[in-house]
Design a protein around this ligand. Sequence first.
Ligand SMILES: Nc1ncnc2c1ncn2[C@@H]1O[C@H](COP(=O)(O)OP(=O)(O)OP(=O)(O)O)[C@@H](O)[C@H]1O
Ligand SMILES: [Mg+2]
Length: 285
Amino acid sequence: MSTEADPIQPGTVQDPIASPVASATATAQAAAAGGDAIVSAVDLTLYFGARAVLSNINTDVRRGAVTALIGPTGSGKTTLLRTFNRMNDKVTGYRHTGDVLLDGHSIWHHGVELMALRRKVGMLFQRPNPFPMSIIENVTAGARAHRMASRSGLRDVAEQQLTAVGLWAAVKDRLKDSPFRLSGGQQQLLCLARALAINPEVLLLDEPTSALDPGATESIEALIRTLVPNLTVVIVTHNLAQASRVSDRTIFLNQGRLVEHNETKQLFEHPVEEETANYVRGRFG
Ligand SMILES: Nc1ncnc2c1ncn2[C@@H]1O[C@H](COP(=O)(O)OP(=O)(O)OP(=O)(O)O)[C@@H](O)[C@H]1O
Ligand SMILES: [Mg+2]
């Protein structure tokens, strides 16, 4: 979560995300995709230094669906995911051309406040990153920052979210302990509870189960399915079986290009591009 804010004129009361910068391109794209786009990349090219890491990405993330992002290592999955809530903005050498729209409005519009954006678009990183505070304070950190619950309501928020991720029984008697004594997998579940506690509209998950055992992985996958369609989920995974179990749609990236985006079943069983076929059949990557 960021405390940093883009400058907004004093006295401005508009919802920055809802500011009127409507894009005809996005509307046309959503219509073409035959669904309701919540996030759209429009001619997005992204550089770190001189090197383009993402090249001319045009795609829509469907509202209320789980979209899997797959592709070989270094293909740009994490970079694309991090772009959706502007996590790359401060990376040395980063620049982009094109745009990313949330509900049809640019996430880089000068009126967009970063904290408001990240409340709508939450993220779980590949490596758990608990804050240096107690377990309960971790879960309620976002809810407190956004003043989403009263002091007494915060414990309920914590219990509800820790229960949802299957961690409540393990931590209910040690809520004031440090999270760093939890196992790696438990720390990841805690970070997921923290991300869910701010009630985001979009949840970005970067290989969220790579540190979890099969049981915890299964519960996270089941949990993800319960989150939609109220929430939109984008999940990066190297586990193709996981992508086909958990997602409705799949995007295949290779070397920074979007090769194919389709319904998951279609993409795995009847890929249009030979590159996709080779990847999903395990011939490279
Ligand atoms: N901060 C950065 N500075 C410079 N280059 C970067 C940075 N972050 C990522 N890259 C480069 O961008 C490319 C895409 O990286 P990215 O992490 O998005 O790949 P990925 O598909 O998530 O890979 P993996 O499956 O290994 O996690 C890689 O070549 C990587 O070296
Ligand atoms: Mg990655």
